[in-house]
Ligand binder design. Structure first.
Ligand SMILES: Nc1ncnc2c1ncn2[C@@H]1O[C@H](COP(=O)(O)OP(=O)(O)O)[C@@H](O)[C@H]1O
Ligand SMILES: Cc1ncsc1CCOP(=O)(O)O
Ligand SMILES: [Mg+2]
Length: 271
């Protein structure tokens, strides 16, 4: 007999559900990412709102179905808004996603991420260097770009997931997602993806869209977001061969790719 529940949790089915719901997601992200992340979310099928001021961030978290927080261009005002929104989302039982961009680079960023972790993120998404250092180990990354392989971050991801009771996604050539008990790889994408700035930040926002659609299944929601990026990225890489044209094609394909096309390739495999 077909397993309908497993079928309904496939990335394609979750994509269809997100497009149907078009969830409102509050994103406190960086200046580099704001525009591309909002466009990526619209193309994917979610409704982005970039709302970060401490005067309104917590109130808006009460309206939005999910929150994403990204420390890429951190400043005291943004940080206040992040803490208040994360606390409000957490208290309301809404999913919130943390993107610890280059958190290892300065004392200010390290302290900010420690404070944000106290509000219990639902999902942490980072590149390999960010995840390794978040677990307290030494990595080779400099700035916002990873200098480490996803494979070398898997143990750190599992440890973080257990320590913080959350889902951890490590992205790169071959993504890895774990909740500390289950773990999968997500295959696909294109080598041009890290050559377009803020695509990782945009993916974090899209995880917010999927988590808003399926708040009680953050592991499946995260995998679905990564599978959508892997699918659109792979297709865009067939048409475009340099970062500028790739970025345009990728955005188009996020909107054009069908749920069936996302599921047509077995890109989610056990780790
Ligand atoms: N070499 C690669 N091949 C295929 N996909 C990649 C590659 N590097 C990154 N990606 C994809 O790019 C997206 C952003 O990931 P990543 O570059 O790790 O984030 P960040 O921008 O935060 O460093 C993810 O969907 C990831 O799977
Ligand atoms: C270049 C840069 N500088 C501060 S944030 C940022 C964007 C980083 O985006 P991503 O983590 O998706 O590569
Ligand atoms: Mg990043």
């Amino acid at each position: 007999m077909a397993d309908d529940s497993a079928q309904s949790l496939k990335p394609g089915a979750l994509l269809a559900a997100m497009r149907q719901k078009n969830p409102l997601v509050q994103n406190i992200t960086n200046f580099v990412a704001m525009n591309i992340a909002a466009n990526v979310m619209l193309a994917a099928g979610a409704s982005p709102a970039m709302v970060h001021s401490p005067e309104e961030a917590a109130e808006f978290a009460g309206i939005a179905a999910a929150l994403t927080v990204n420390i890429g261009t951190l400043s005291p005002d943004f940080f206040d808004g992040m803490k208040q929104a994360a606390e409000a989302a957490s208290e309301a039982g809404k999913p919130w996603i943390l993107d610890p961009v280059a958190h290892f680079a300065t004392a200010y960023r390290r302290a900010a991420v420690s404070a944000l972790l106290e509000h219990r993120p639902t999902v942490i998404r980072g590149n390999a260097s960010e995840i390794i250092t978040l677990a307290g180990e030494h990595a080779s990354g400099q700035g916002v770009d990873s200098g480490d392989s996803v494979a070398s971050a898997q143990a750190a991801a599992r440890a973080l997931a257990i320590r913080h009771g959350c889902v951890v996604a490590v992205t790169g050539e071959r993504d890895f997602v774990t909740d500390g008990h289950r773990a999968v790889h997500v295959l696909g994408g294109s080598a041009l993806m890290p050559k377009v700035t803020a695509l990782g930040c945009s993916l974090t926002c899209v995880i917010g869209g999927f988590a808003a659609t399926m708040p009680d299944k953050p592991f499946e929601a995260t995998v679905a977001a990564l599978a959508l990026f892997a699918s659109a990225g792979e297709l865009a890489g067939r048409d475009a061969h340099a970062p500028g044209s790739f970025a345009v094609r990728f955005l188009d394909l996020l909107a054009e790719v069908t749920p069936d096309a996302v599921d047509a390739v077995a890109r989610v495999i056990p780790a």
